[in-house]
Write a protein that binds this ligand. Structure first.
Ligand code: MG
Length: 106
């Protein structure tokens, strides 16, 4: 099922608002996001570092951890009233214009 970023934000918000305190306080949100990014690093290290995991297990773990990052990112955006579609459009505008000659093209 394909979801738009708007739908993702709404789904997380509906879930969060069942709780008395829907989103963690700002610094806890930042810590949660940092933790999840660290978990991505742990999986990448197992995939490409000296302590190898089974590739098929690692890719499932990476998918899970990227999902965690997406979730914490969405919580942060929702709590701060940020529209991720707009944020993404701004980023693409940057990479397509400002940074257009930064990397060698095919
Ligand atoms: Mg995680």
């Amino acid at each position: 099922m394909n979801k738009t970023l708007k739908q993702v934000q709404k789904e997380v918000d509906v879930w969060a608002k069942q709780f008395k305190e829907p989103y963690f306080p700002p610094l806890s949100r930042m810590a949660a996001m940092t933790e999840e990014v660290g978990e991505v690093a742990r999986v990448i290290n197992r995939m490409y570092g000296s302590k190898k995991a089974k590739p098929e297990e690692a890719i499932v773990d990476l998918e899970e951890e990227l999902g965690d990052v997406l979730f914490t990112l969405t919580c942060m955006a929702n709590a701060e009233g940020i529209d991720l579609t707009k944020a993404f459009e701004r980023k693409m505008e940057k990479v397509n214009n400002r940074d257009t000659s930064r990397f060698e093209k095919k």
